[in-house]
Design a protein around this ligand. Structure first.
Ligand code: NAP
Length: 185
């Protein structure tokens, strides 16, 4: 399995014992935990996108319909299972599984090892699925962008703890960090 090479473990909290609480959640956020504006990412950082690809290839990603439609050509990402949430029962996407409710999603996810599941946005999906996750892979960008979509602020939550971080990364004048948060046991 590929791991972020630069990451430095701060502390380790054991995995949550409850079977339905150990999916991964992955996002790139700015200083205010913003993730998007007008259905687009705030910024594209090639190294971040490469690491996202390495972490999720061969795995399962869960995304909302709007995030899928923000992708190039509105196509599912290659080499991984794409599960799309949409309430539209007529919505179909070649090469992806569409589910229509949280209940249907959780039923579908029973087919997979929860360790292999990555909740990948957008805002509405992060908010609904955070309670089912115990590991958050956060790319924290040290900048404030104009935004209209946000990730839940993990650093303000008592049950989540920063457990690993990286050296400062740079992309032109952007400074960013790879962080790992885990739900406390
Ligand atoms: N920075 C990052 O890491 C990152 C990652 C991903 C996305 N983003 C950004 O996030 C923004 C999009 O977030 P968003 O909240 O607007 O949209 P979203 O979460 O991607 O998609 C919302 C849609 O998902 C479907 N949905 C959500 N919950 C559902 C449920 N319980 N049952 C059935 N369907 C459900 C609905 O589709 P229908 O309307 O079809 O019913 C809903 O309109 C964009 O700016 C995008 O670029 C950022």
């Amino acid at each position: 399995m590929t791991v972020w090479p630069e990451i430095v473990q701060i502390a380790h909290y054991g995995k949550c014992q409850e079977e339905d609480k150990d999916m991964n959640i992955i996002a790139a956020v700015d200083k205010n935990w913003a993730i998007g504006f007008q259905n687009r990412l705030l910024v594209r950082i090639p190294r971040d996108q490469q690491i996202f690809r390495e972490m999720t290839e061969g795995k399962v990603i869960v995304i909302g319909r709007k995030t899928l439609e923000s992708f190039p050509q509105k196509q599912p990402l290659k080499n991984r299972v794409n599960i799309i949430l949409s309430r539209d029962t007529k919505y179909a996407v070649k090469g992806a599984v569409v589910v229509h409710s949280m209940e249907e999603l959780l039923e579908e996810l029973k087919k997979y090892d929860t360790d292999d599941v990555y909740v990948a946005g957008g805002a509405s999906v992060y908010e609904q699925l955070l309670p089912y996750c115990d590991t958050a892979h956060i790319t924290k960008i040290d900048y404030t962008y104009q935004a209209d979509a946000y990730f839940p602020r993990l650093d303000g939550m008592e049950d989540w703890e920063l457990t690993a971080d990286s050296e400062e990364q740079t992309y032109f004048d952007i400074e960013y960090y790879f962080l790992k948060y885990e739900r406390k046991k």
